[in-house]
Design a binder for this molecule. Structure first.
Ligand code: PHE
Length: 452
């Protein structure tokens, strides 16, 4: 019966198609833009270390948990919870996810718009000749201070996302990821190799890979954990929704493993590009704020033969990687409106898209030179509240819900379908019921101390 249901609902063409689509959601600006920014602001290598621990011990657990819940219920986050515990306050997990999706989409699309803008900038020759950090700094400031430009780009990203979503799962998501994600991976490896051979790279490598434990504190842990959830698209039901399209015969554990692994590798490689290049350009570790990546990539690209072409390609692929993530962000609220409120896909995609665009305006205009929203750091605040806190709370609630309310035993039954052995079972149960929730609660309790 389940398979009939899945066919009606639309399934992924194959297991690999699912992995690529889920990896497409996970891999995006979170890896290439947000991760290096976080590393640079939170003590370098020590952040990287905590981040890896967070991914392995907690991120993977939550990933498997969300996929399992999604495949079992075949529903969006609100519907999934309602299916297991109808008419209970647990539905709040789903609503929180829907709201978080819209809010992240709003500021995320601003940065995705920058990537598109930088593709055009590179193509029109802004980074020809000698590319210094002074030049890239100036270009970034000018770029983000042009209100019309950033708003048009924001509109393009959200419009494109809404268009793809309105066309449905298969045609929409699968097509993009199959070829382009592997291509991005190859280009990033290539750039990392080049960056490591730049003069002065050692300093950057040391900042990135040699932990200074005196820099370890609650803020580092909070941001590393939040970054793990953000980068893996966890805590708001994206992976519940994507899991709902997986077939019963697929192995959820290895799928979760592949998505987690590929996402983490891309983030780590992005750091291997950024920090050596930063050192090469004569800058200390923690500069740049949200512009860090946009200031640094043009420098490394200018150092390779054919940098002009590779530059266009890089920003094009970054835009696509961002787009496969915005698609997954919009998919959560849209799947909710379609499944639970009987809206048409078109209407839902249009309405939520429009709303996110309006919400994204202050973030787009919160950069230097714009005067109106500059002081409010809108993008930074949304990024912190929804990108860190909301996702962490969501992940906590999902763990508690699956671990205790639905029950780990029932979840395990679901995992058995497609993986009858499930060797990681004891570790997963321990992390689901104890380690992950306790880690998040601990961090949330200390948050006042950290931010105040
Ligand atoms: N994981 C995506 C990225 O790293 C962002 C995202 C977060 C997507 C939450 C969906 C849900 O770019």
């Amino acid at each position: 019966m389940a398979s009939q249901e899945t066919i009606k609902r639309g399934t992924w063409g194959s297991k690999i198609a699912f992995i690529l689509a889920a990896a497409g959601s996970a891999i995006g600006l979170g890896n290439i833009w947000r991760f290096p920014t976080m590393v640079s602001q939170n003590g370098g290598a020590v952040f990287v270390l905590v981040y890896i621990l967070a991914v392995v011990l907690i991120g993977f657990t939550v990933m498997l948990t969300e996929l399992t819940l999604g495949r079992h219920t075949q529903k969006n986050p609100v519907g999934a919870i309602g299916y297991i515990k109808p008419r209970t306050p647990w539905k709040i997990i789903g609503y929180l996810g829907v709201i978080t999706g819209v809010c992240i989409l709003s500021f995320y699309s601003v940065v995705a718009g920058w990537a598109v803008g930088y593709m055009v900038k590179t193509a029109t020759g802004a980074f020809r000749g000698e590319v210094t950090s002074q030049l890239t700094d100036k270009i970034f400031t000018e770029f983000t201070s042009n209100p019309l430009q950033v708003l048009v780009l924001l509109f393009i990203i959200i419009g494109l996302t809404a268009f793809i979503i309105s066309k449905g799962v298969k045609g929409g998501i699968e097509r993009w990821t199959k070829v382009l994600m592997p291509l991005l991976f190859v280009l990033i490896i290539f750039l990392a190799i080049k960056a490591l051979t730049l003069p002065g790279a050692e300093k950057g490598i040391a900042f990135y890979l040699k932990p200074d434990f005196s820099k370890l504190n609650g803020t580092v842990i909070l941001f590393a954990l939040g970054q793990a959830f953000f980068s893996l698209s966890l805590g708001m039901g994206t992976m519940i929704t994507y899991g709902s399209y997986i077939s019963k015969s697929d192995n959820l554990v290895s799928s979760a493993g592949w998505v987690t692994f590929s996402d983490t590798i891309i983030a780590l490689l992005a750091g291997l590009i950024i920090f050596p290049t930063l050192a090469f350009s004569g800058q200390p570790g923690n500069i740049g704020g949200f512009g860090l990546v946009f200031k640094i990539f043009p420098i490394i690209l200018s150092q390779i033969p054919g940098g002009y072409i590779f530059g266009i390609l890089f920003f094009a692929l970054l835009s696509v990687a961002a787009l496969t993530s915005t698609i997954s962000l919009l998919e959560v609220p849209v799947a909710y409106l379609v499944d639970e409120r009987n809206w048409s896909r078109k209407k839902a995609a249009l309405a939520v898209g429009l709303f996110s665009f309006v919400l994204g305006i202050p973030s787009a205009l919160s950069f230097e030179g714009m005067k109106i929203f500059t002081k409010m750091d809108f993008l930074g605040k949304l990024n912190f509240i929804f990108g860190n806190i909301s996702l962490a709370v969501g992940a906590l609630l999902i763990c508690v819900f699956v671990g205790y309310v639905w029950g780990a035993k029932k979840a395990i039954q679901e995992i058995f379908s497609g993986n009858p052995k499930f060797k990681l079972r004891p570790l997963w149960v321990f992390s689901l019921k104890f380690l992950s929730p306790i880690a998040v609660i601990f961090i949330l309790i200390f948050i006042k101390k950290i931010t105040g």
